[in-house]
Design a protein around this ligand. Structure first.
Ligand code: PLP
Length: 469
């Protein structure tokens, strides 16, 4: 059986770039294959969409680009040029942010930090988003005489949220407030922060409610926090056809049950649990089903009524209380702003009858944390009259698990060696999160793609400067 198609949603700029097949081949010829392509103009458009939503409120806001989503210098420089802030999670990201042009007062460091990172943060003079009590106490000890260091307290343990290894548990906030009072000449509490990797507005509303209570508690201690930092977690839209996604998921589950042709390789169940003639649980690829753009999710959150505040909308409560909203979007800012292009090496038949299309890259170069991607790679092969086929894409490592798709994918026709294969929407965590350099394969080159005066212009990621003509 030929699997249902799960077409990727493409930004019009990416679609236009891919429509020129000679241009894609020329890019591969010039920079080598595989290639990560980043589109700073799409980053800018995503940022504008979030800003439009925030500007409908009367409260002050700050967008901190979560650098961890991609190593790209192009994105970091685009964010700096746009006047937003940045969230860094390592010493290397801090260096990248400074090199991109962010001033210290527009940089915050998040995530768990050791003493070396705390020292680096102190010498750079940036805001520290404190993960735990050890960090807070150590920071107070390390601070040299001089102005107090701005800090946010990351909180976790909210009602209805799954347990988190990050943040200070709500039950331990009293200790944190005591430390802040004790060291008030060294530490300046800006406010409270959280990061929830969830699509659920209700969960965020709960966390916001708890953080607003904490702000009030802090005032009771003589502290004057004004910031509510809601972290990242705004979703991306991967699929162009939600019905295609559902049809594929259904075919996959039918195959897992043995009631239809198998769409899965080997013993893979993609997070599903098959027992007693049923498929249970949720799949690892659930995020690919989302159809709500980040700006819509943000608008919903700002309009959500806050239970402890007479049901007033979150945005209105921020305005009433003169609070600043901080956000740390990563994937929402780079949604659709990156693709990865590889090339077919050869096609072979496996012993189990499967058709394997071998590519010149590995699975970890285009998947996030080894989760199966439920959108189809795009094959830029010559059009033929032949009927569609179902294939597995295989990687170039000598590892059984290096199957780029561990599920059967519908392709319009069988590709030939040298044909480009495009992985859509890889900028958020897919490109950089888990990519290894096994077998001494070099990592893909990263190149920025700009659309200027009707032409696509390519430039190495490291060389891109916003505003250059
Ligand atoms: C503290 C913090 N802020 C922001 C982000 C960015 O999240 P997202 O890419 O989901 O927007 C992360 C991601 O892990 C994070 O840990």
């Amino acid at each position: 059986m030929i699997p249902p198609a799960v077409p990727a949603a493409l930004h019009p700029l990416v679609a236009a770039f891919l429509a020129d097949r000679d241009g894609v081949r020329a890019a591969l010829h010039r920079y080598g294959s595989p290639l990560h392509l980043v589109f700073p103009q799409i980053f800018t458009a995503n940022l504008a969409a979030l800003r439009t939503v925030l500007d409908t409120g009367a409260f002050r806001h700050r967008i901190c680009y979560a650098h961890k989503v991609n190593r790209s210098a192009t994105f970091a420089r685009t964010a700096a040029h746009a006047g937003i802030s940045v969230d860094v999670a390592s010493a290397a990201e801090l260096r990248s942010a400074l090199a991109a042009g962010f001033r210290a007062d527009r940089i915050e460091v998040t995530g768990p930090k050791g003493a070396a990172m705390l020292r680096a943060a102190l010498s750079a003079g940036i805001t520290v988003n404190v993960d735990n009590l050890w960090e807070l106490a150590t920071l107070a000890e390390l601070i040299p005489p001089g102005p107090a260091v701005p800090v946010l307290l990351r909180v976790s343990g909210f009602r209805g949220s799954s347990p988190s290894r990050f943040g200070i548990d709500l039950a331990d906030i009293a200790t944190a407030l005591d430390l802040l009072v004790l060291h008030r000449d060294r530490l300046r509490l800006l406010g409270f922060a959280f990061h929830l990797d969830t699509a659920a507005t209700t969960e965020r509303v709960n966390a916001v409610g708890d953080c607003l209570d904490l702000i009030e508690r802090a005032y009771g201690h003589g502290l004057t926090p004004t910031v509510l930092d809601i972290g990242g977690g705004l979703r991306q839209v991967f699929t162009a056809d939600a019905a295609g996604y559902d049809a594929y998921d259904h075919a996959l589950r039918t195959g897992l049950l043995g009631r239809g042709p198998a769409m899965h390789w080997g013993n893979n169940t993609f997070g599903y649990h098959v027992a007693e003639g049923m498929v249970h649980g949720g799949p690892v690829f659930h995020k690919y089903a989302n159809t709500e753009p980040a700006a819509t999710i943000l608008a919903e959150l700002l309009a959500a009524p806050l239970p402890g505040h007479g049901g007033r909308a979150l945005g209105a409560v921020l305005t009433d209380n003169l609070l600043d909203l901080w956000l740390e979007p990563g994937k929402a800012l780079v949604d659709h702003a990156g693709i990865t292009v590889a090339q077919v090496e050869f096609v072979k038949q496996a012993g189990n009858g499967a058709t394997l299309v071998h590519l010149d890259l590995s699975r970890d170069t285009v998947t996030a944390a080894d989760q199966e991607v439920l959108i189809d790679p795009i094959v830029l092969a010559a059009d033929t009259e032949s009927p569609p086929v179902g294939v597995y894409f295989a990687g170039h490592l000598c590892l059984e698990r290096d199957l780029i798709t561990q599920r059967k994918v519908r392709v319009a026709n069988l590709p030939a060696p040298g044909d480009p294969v495009v992985f859509a929407n890889t900028a958020a965590y897919h490109m950089d999160l888990s990519a290894a350099q096994a077998s001494m394969h070099p990592g893909p080159t990263k190149v920025a793609v700009l659309h200027r005066e009707g032409q696509f212009v390519l430039c190495p990621d490291a060389d891109y400067r916003p505003g250059d003509r």
